[in-house]
Design a protein around this ligand. Structure first.
Ligand code: GLN
Length: 223
């Protein structure tokens, strides 16, 4: 008879999948919250993680790298054992159960996502919205060749609904955002995900340093 695998104790660390895409920016936000962050490239890097962020980047590329390194199966295994997941943009595409017109990847949250739904990279834009469950303050939103969440299934709660798409949603174990909180000064979504992982943030010397990253978002058009 197969023995049941003991559930590994989880420490208070959040990993960021480090195969391609915006890794550093997530680690920097975690550091500002006084939360232990770790770059995750190989199976052993998952040991003891409470949560894993799948960053934005390019989902076809990310999905191929996941398969080549066998990390898709590792994510599934740790997810079954209690690992919480947050996908930003391409990460959300990887986590979706349904992708319009193409086969899904990990399929760990019951949402339907349409890739590149606003157009090309040049159709990237920024905005701002109130997401009451996440913060009392309006949250800046940066969309980069973003997908749209078209619908959510049972057990998935919409956190932010825009005119004709859903921008953020969650199930008890998975958070998805089609925008990039790590490319803004806001820590609200990182704090929210940390709580979902059972981790409280603390103030450190990093918390006080102003967020002054000058980036292409200054030049992006706002819709
Ligand atoms: N357009 C990308 C894709 O389809 C996602 C872009 C992003 O992560 N900013 O994977």
């Amino acid at each position: 008879m197969a023995s049941k695998k003991a559930i590994a104790p989880r420490d208070r660390t959040i990993g960021v999948l480090d195969l391609q895409g915006g890794v550093f920016e997530h680690l920097e936000h975690l550091r500002r919250l006084g939360i232990e962050g770790r770059s995750v490239k190989a199976a052993q890097d998952f040991e003891g993680l409470s949560g894993l962020i799948l960053p934005g980047g390019e989902s076809t590329c990310l999905s191929r790298l996941l398969r080549i390194f066998g990390l898709d199966a590792v994510i599934m295994q740790h997810f079954r054992e209690g690992l919480k997941l947050w996908g930003t943009c391409a990460g959300a595409i990887l986590l979706a159960r349904t992708l319009t017109g193409e086969a899904p990847h990990l399929g760990l949250i019951d949402i339907e996502v349409e890739r590149n739904s606003f157009g090309s990279q040049l159709d990237s834009f920024t905005g701002e919205a109130l997401v009451p469950k996440v913060s009392a303050e309006p949250i800046p939103l940066t969309y980069i060749r973003a997908p749209k969440i078209l619908k959510v299934g049972q057990g998935v709660e919409v956190l932010l609904r825009m005119e004709d798409f859903i921008a953020a949603a969650e199930s008890p174990d998975v958070l998805v955002t089609v925008f990039h909180p790590e490319l803004t000064g806001s820590l609200a979504f990182h704090r929210y995900f940390a709580r979902k992982c059972g981790i409280e943030h603390r103030v450190t010397e990093w918390s006080e340093i102003p967020w002054e990253i000058t980036s292409w978002t200054r030049f992006a058009k706002t819709r």
